[in-house]
Design a protein around this ligand. Structure first.
Ligand code: ADE
Length: 419
């Protein structure tokens, strides 16, 4: 049943979108099991759920799972370049209200987010905090119905914690990013693989023997650096956190300030969550042909305003690659307009990884709905049992068995006198 109120680019793309969603679904066994449970138990019966996530095939399947749990679902993107129009068309055909298009203007992007909250949801899923921000600023009139929600990413959780601290947060938000089965796998192995997938398919250049500068050694940075090493690169890490810098050094990477790294890098990946990580003074010292990309949530890590001001010309040299020619003849290349390279120039993390992340999203949303009255307007951790449930289901889907503690072993661990 198609929804008539969706705003999408082209409904005729639905068959291609459906194939993509089917492929993702076939590789998401944990989420499949949750869908079966939701179909039986209808935990969201009669409720409205609004979602803002990178709107590609795996996300679409999550939306369908929430719908299978009885919810009326409205969905929008969480980055103007990560929305896939064929996936939107397929979802709209399946009765989900979709407010999303690839590459909308900034104004359109904002309007689509507002339209999504205007569906008056009971529950939300957010990635980077766009829905939460709109609900707490320009559309506070829509706060009344909200029971709670779940947030996907590091950046969003930082913002939620700032809101909680100054007393602005008005409903509980479950911090999905902080669950083990999210950041250990999605941030590390997901980002590690999808960033290189995005860079490789966009540039079609060799990585082996080149110098890759990774800024930020959080879970995402660790994954990007690890996979760069696997591709044969010399890896340099830049950090502001002393402990993470020691970790990067002992993991075998060169560590240096960006002022130095700027001179040696062939590829740069900024993944800090902060702004201006690569900026004017750095562009001045880069090699001709340096390739810059961002894997942090917002497009603020590479200062493109400064780069544009320094450039004598700018042109698109290949899909998702812009060349900035500098006065002295050097050229610096920026991938995907400095937006998330893995999603704006790729399809995001692999399906088997998003399987765990989105299983947690589905379970976290159910948890928020069942407990919102006692949770309070706070940032809530995913209960450990849900994390463990996802890990156990994943192990079983992968055909991997593990050991169990004997009674004696448990007693030994619980005691401080046993030998
Ligand atoms: N696909 C959907 N959401 C994603 C995310 N947050 N990161 C990577 N791939 C995704």
């Amino acid at each position: 049943m198609a929804t008539t109120n969706s705003i999408i680019r082209d409904p005729s793309l639905a068959p291609e979108g459906k194939l993509k969603i089917d492929w993702a679904q076939a590789h998401m066994p944990v989420l499949n099991r949750i869908r079966e449970e939701f179909e039986r138990e209808l935990p969201f019966k009669g409720l409205k759920v609004a979602i803002s996530l990178h709107l590609e095939a795996k996300t679409a399947y999550l939306a369908k799972v929430i719908q299978a749990g009885g919810a009326q679902v409205a969905i929008t993107g969480s980055n103007p370049l990560s929305t896939q129009d064929d996936v939107c068309a397929a979802l709209a055909e399946d009765g989900i209200t979709v407010f999303a298009k690839y590459n909308p203007t900034a104004e359109e992007y904002h309007d689509l987010l507002v339209k999504t909250v205007e569906t008056k949801p009971d529950l939300i899923i957010d990635d980077g905090g766009d829905l939460v921000t709109i609900l707490h600023t320009e559309r506070q009139d829509l706060l009344a119905t909200i029971r709670g929600g779940a947030e996907e990413t590091t950046t969003g959780i930082l913002r939620l914690k700032a809101m909680e601290k100054d007393g602005s947060l008005k409903f509980p938000m479950v911090a999905v990013n902080d669950a083990y089965c999210k950041h250990l796998f999605d941030n590390r192995y997901g980002t590690g693989q999808s960033v290189w997938d995005g860079i490789n398919r966009t540039t079609n250049l060799v990585v082996a023997g080149k110098t890759v500068v990774v800024s930020g050694y959080g879970w995402c940075g660790k994954g990007v650096a690890m996979r760069a090493k696997g591709l044969g690169a010399n890896v340099v890490v830049t950090e502001v956190d002393a402990i993470k810098a020691v970790e990067a050094y002992m993991d075998g990477f060169a560590v240096m300030p960006m002022d130095e790294a700027a001179k040696v890098g062939d590829f740069f990946v900024a993944v800090t969550g902060n702004k201006d990580v690569i900026r004017g003074t750095h562009f001045e010292n880069m090699k001709d042909g340096a390739i810059l990309s961002n894997a942090g949530h917002f497009d603020v890590e590479v200062n493109l305003v400064e780069l544009a001001a320094m450039a004598v010309s700018k042109r698109t040299v290949r899909r998702n690659i812009e060349e900035y020619a500098l006065k002295d003849g050097r050229r610096v290349y920026v991938l995907a307009e400095g937006r998330l390279v893995n999603l704006a120039a790729g399809d995001g993390h692999p399906a088997e990884i998003m399987d765990m992340t989105f299983a947690l999203q589905a379970l976290a949303l159910r948890y928020a709905n069942e407990n919102y009255q006692s949770l309070g307007a706070k940032v809530i951790n995913v209960p450990y049992e849900l994390d463990e449930q996802v890990a156990r289901t994943k192990l079983s889907a992968m055909g991997v068995a593990i050991d169990t503690l004997s009674g004696e072993q448990k007693a030994y661990l619980d005691s401080w006198t046993a030998h």
